[in-house]
Design a protein around this ligand. Sequence first.
Ligand SMILES: NC(=O)c1ccc[n+]([C@@H]2O[C@H](COP(=O)([O-])OP(=O)(O)OC[C@H]3O[C@@H](n4cnc5c(N)ncnc54)[C@H](O)[C@@H]3O)[C@@H](O)[C@H]2O)c1
Length: 254
Amino acid sequence: MKPRFKARVVLVTGAGSGIGEKAAVGFAREGATVAVNDLRPAKAAATVRKIERAGGKAFAVPGDVSDAATAASIVAAVEKRGRKLDILVNNAGTGIAGTVLNTSENDWDRLMRVNVKSMFLMSRAALPGMLRRRKGVIVNTASMVGVAAVKDRAAYTASKHAVVGLTRAMALDHVADGIRVNCICPGTTMTPWVTERVNESRDPKATMASMTARQPMGRLGTPQEIADGILYLASDQASFATGTALVVDGGFTA
Ligand SMILES: NC(=O)c1ccc[n+]([C@@H]2O[C@H](COP(=O)([O-])OP(=O)(O)OC[C@H]3O[C@@H](n4cnc5c(N)ncnc54)[C@H](O)[C@@H]3O)[C@@H](O)[C@H]2O)c1
């Protein structure tokens, strides 16, 4: 296959782990220069090293993408070092369990800030450059709970529905500007985040078994399977796709 991202500059947020890391490595493998963001600088640096060891091009832009000044400075740093930003992948996110009754106001605010506001801030910083070049792609990581609900995830579900809504709104606002905006909706995926939640649970074996049992395919997704969807949406192969929510969930929401 021809490398799809030759000469493209791509910024992936939350790329120090899981889905974001696989996406960053995938973009670099297909010719992109990848700006690797993560809240944890050591994690961002590790992904950069992984890309460089494989012969790819990457640099780290660590920082909290839910902070307005930091988000603006991350995009400015990418545009300075890469000379442009072709593709923004708003992937950083976090989750918590809970119903409306046992979700604290602090947790609600934190989830909305990290999962939704960060995408608004990063997109707001990246769009002016894309508008100037009349070209750009934004891919947001939502979730299968952006289009459906599961029990005991009230704040997380609300935040991911907001990501799908923001994606659609931005797609329409910029459809005439040469900018495409889409989101990916992963089902439960075997990333470090999920592994940590399982290990923290009272009975990790039982938790894993129940997560697997609810999957029509009888297994969780791999970060690579989700990254492949992100790369598709970011590539010219998806040139007619904007405002879409690509569900990759092993049939969970079927
Ligand atoms: N794993 C799943 O089952 C699953 C399912 C659906 C959606 N998602 C979504 O996929 C995305 C990636 O999740 P993952 O499972 O790979 O998680 P992960 O924890 O393995 O990776 C997420 C990375 O984002 C970073 N991050 C968190 N907050 C940040 C911030 N404010 N600024 C910059 N970086 C930040 C973390 O440090 C971490 O390295 C998230 O948006 C998540 O909601 C995951």
